[in-house]
Write a protein that binds this ligand. Structure first.
Ligand SMILES: *Cc1c(COP(=O)(O)O)cnc(C)c1O
Length: 252
């Protein structure tokens, strides 16, 4: 299993390198977030052993359960010098306000903030923990009705409001491509996010920490990187050929 994950990781890293090369970018400018929703706890432990530093989940319950299990395991494990203290956890899926309290102690970044009310809840809870939480604003870049994310035209205004909250750090934007095989559509959607991002940087919305773009998953990471992604969120490509959870995790 471990060998298989290593091979898959190598393949994903090669894709990232190739995409960076084509875009004239440094591979170090892209952080791989391994989305573990298809994996068992055993697999996640192996991944931490293999040096995966950034793990992501799309559901609150799964994230808290897994982060707690990994943390408990690491606390018992004899550690070699220089080994990872703990992985960073990224919340990449839709987040409800009533789940913020449960998830906050475990997460290092939230990729999916798309309303002022949600941001205010995170801010209030983060204040109680005396923390500043790095967040990305999720943009509904394909303008799909009923989908998560702030409307493209409202993104800059939402950022201006959220930036006033003391316990949040607005680091950038995140988007999902629509579920389509049409790569031209995917390319255009990611480019649109990049344009919005560039406009916001041009208007000095956010400070120097506003510099991240979370774009691209297993089947479209190349398009994400071409559009300037600094985070790619990769799940299935890392788990090819590995026995997965019996049931797919339902959306929340
Ligand atoms: C599942 C998920 C991913 C990873 O998707 P793959 O296609 O398996 O790489 C990335 N981002 C979000 C928000 C997800 O829910």
């Amino acid at each position: 299993m471990r060998r298989k994950i290593s091979e898959n990781l190598k393949r994903v890293e090669q894709r990232i390198e190739q995409a960076c090369l084509r875009a004239g970018r440094k591979p170090e400018s892209v952080t791989l977030v391994a989305v573990t929703k298809y994996a068992t706890i055993d697999i996640i432990r192996s991944m931490v052993d293999l040096g995966f530093e950034n793990l992501g989940e799309s559901r609150v319950q799964e994230l808290t359960k897994r982060a707690a299990a990994v943390s408990e395991w690491l606390s018992r494990k004899p550690r070699s010098p220089g080994a990872l203290t703990r992985p960073h956890w990224h919340m990449v899926g839709h987040l409800q306000r009533n789940k913020v309290k449960a998830i906050l102690p475990w997460i290092d970044m939230i990729h999916s903030v798309d309303s002022l009310r949600l941001a205010e809840e995170i801010d209030a809870r983060a204040g109680k923990l005396d923390r500043r939480i790095p967040i990305l604003l999720q943009v509904n870049a394909a303008e799909e009705p009923g989908k998560a994310g702030v409307a493209v035209a409202a993104t800059s205004h939402l950022a201006e409001q959220i930036i006033t909250l003391p316990h949040l750090e607005v680091r950038g934007l995140m988007a999902l491509a629509p579920a389509t095989e049409d790569t031209e559509v995917i390319r255009r959607v990611f480019e649109r996010v990049r344009e919005v991002f560039d406009e916001m940087v041009g208007e000095r919305v956010g400070g120097p920490e506003f510099r991240e773009l979370s774009l691209g998953m297993s089947h479209d990471l190349e398009y994400g990187i071409a559009a300037g992604a600094t985070y790619v969120r990769i799940g299935s490509a890392l788990f090819e050929g590995i026995p997965m959870r019996a049931e797919p995790v339902p959306a929340e």
